[in-house]
Design a protein around this ligand. Structure first.
Ligand code: ADP
Ligand code: MG
Length: 410
């Protein structure tokens, strides 16, 4: 029995740790005022009561849970889930984490092995242990609470026949001379809105470039799966044809390229890539379609004459990115700091258009931002914090409020 779902993540836990995690998450989900009878948990989950009792004793000893006696006696979580790491849980239940060690480790009889000094294998073993320890240290109980959230089914509009899933697994990527993303994991499904926050330089824009296939970035390790297929070797246009879209943090100005023509050609390229559907959009038909989208975004009709982003103000560029999204109708949308540079009305219009688009198409959306004000219009299902190239915390809408109040350095 694997209750924590970790088996899906290439990490196999012992049954004792798996049960321990289940017990901790069950207790952490209750309010601090509630106490829970082990017997009831064991009965409702069909777990062995005696085994669960043994686990509870170990967790109690480690100070992760507390117990109360008496008629209504039971257990409750004793610490903030964020302060309970997977490493501590494993150590409380199974003892010290050491995957492999040298037989000579800790022994005085060092002379038995001639190579103990400067032995490279021993060094490698210690590096592996350190890496595993830091991974386990980086995962906390809060992560498992969010995992449960992730399992919730987001309602999709009826016209969506096929849900899309973008899955980033243990991704290590960066520039040739610099590793930026490390152990990055994130799954975005149709119908979900994810918010990605985090200090400057933590790798948020890099993540977008890597997902989109910017040629300057290299993937060293890990996978990038769209509906189960690895897309990491596909060129940018192929990824776009398959439904991934990036709204840039700083869109480039391209003079000589009319925005309307550019978008008509891009739209038709997308249509051509679809099997079976070949009716392309002619210039007149597209013009009407384009004007409707301009007016949805409260952009003057004169924008149909303008070159792509040329001379656009910061806010106009951001509206332009949303215009592209609405016209190209992608399935997975990445919006990099779409709210920066927008005035109050601009923010509301952009946010309302994102929300409308998501409601109508059921796209999965990742919104990168520093401010929670955009969430007053669009409610994110998940909020993630990125630091040093990976996600260090995940939670719900409240996490964004908390970050705005107390910053990232807590
Ligand atoms: P964020 O979007 O979270 O602010 P970025 O992904 O833009 O962060 O950057 C992550 C790190 O990678 C930063 O330290 C940044 O300076 C570095 N970086 C990004 N692009 C380049 C580049 N072209 N050359 C050198 N360093 C870069
Ligand atoms: Mg950025």
């Amino acid at each position: 029995m694997n209750r924590s779902n970790l088996h899906k993540r290439a990490l196999q836990l012992s049954q004792k740790v798996d049960y321990g995690l289940f017990l901790l998450t069950a207790l952490a989900k209750k309010s601090p005022a509630e106490t829970n009878s082990l017997k009831k948990i064991a009965e409702s989950e069909k777990m062995s009561f005696f085994f669960l009792q043994k686990i509870a004793r170990d967790l109690l000893k480690a100070g992760m849970i507390s117990a109360e006696r008496g008629k209504e006696g039971g257990y409750r979580i004793a610490k903030n889930p964020r302060d309970i790491s997977l490493k501590q849980i494993i150590e409380a239940l199974e003892g010290p984490v050491a995957v492999m060690s040298c037989l000579m480790e800790g022994k005085k009889l060092k002379m038995l092995c001639e190579r103990i000094h400067g032995c490279r294998i021993r060094l490698r073993l210690s590096e592996i242990n350190t890496e595993i320890e830091s991974t386990l240290q980086g995962i906390n109980l809060e992560y498992f609470l969010t995992e449960r959230l992730e399992e919730k089914n987001t309602a999709l509009p009826k016209k969506i026949k096929k849900p899309y899933i973008l899955k980033i697994e243990n991704l290590h990527a960066g520039l040739a001379e610099k590793n930026i993303l490390r152990r990055m994991n994130l799954t975005i499904k149709s119908g979900e809105i994810h918010a990605l926050m985090g200090p400057n330089g933590s790798g948020k824009s890099t993540l977008c470039s890597v997902i989109m296939g910017h040629p300057a970035y290299h993937i060293q390790k890990g996978s990038l799966l769209l509906n189960g297929k690895n897309i990491k070797n596909l060129p940018v246009n192929e990824r776009a044809n398959r439904g991934i879209f990036l709204g840039f943090q700083s869109p480039s100005e391209i003079s000589g390229v009319r925005m309307e023509n550019f978008l008509r050609l891009a739209k038709n390229t997308g249509i051509k890539s679809l099997k079976g559907k070949t009716r392309l959009c002619g210039p007149r038909e597209f013009h009407e379609f384009f004007e409707k989208h301009l007016s949805d975004l409260k952009m003057p009709q004169t924008f149909s004459e303008r070159d792509l982003n040329e001379g656009f103000s910061g806010g106009e560029k951001k509206r332009g990115e949303i215009l592209q999204m609405a016209i190209l109708e992608p399935k997975i949308v990445l919006l990099d700091e779409i709210d920066s540079g927008l005035d109050i009305d601009g923010l509301r219009i952009v946010a309302e258009n994102i929300k409308k688009f998501q409601r109508e198409t059921g796209a999965g959306i990742l919104i990168i931002t520093h401010y929670q004000r955009i969430f007053e219009y669009i409610e994110p299902d998940f909020v993630h914090v990125m630091k040093d190239g990976r996600i260090i915390r995940s939670g719900g809408r409240d996490l964004a409020r908390e970050l705005e109040k107390s910053g990232y350095e807590q």
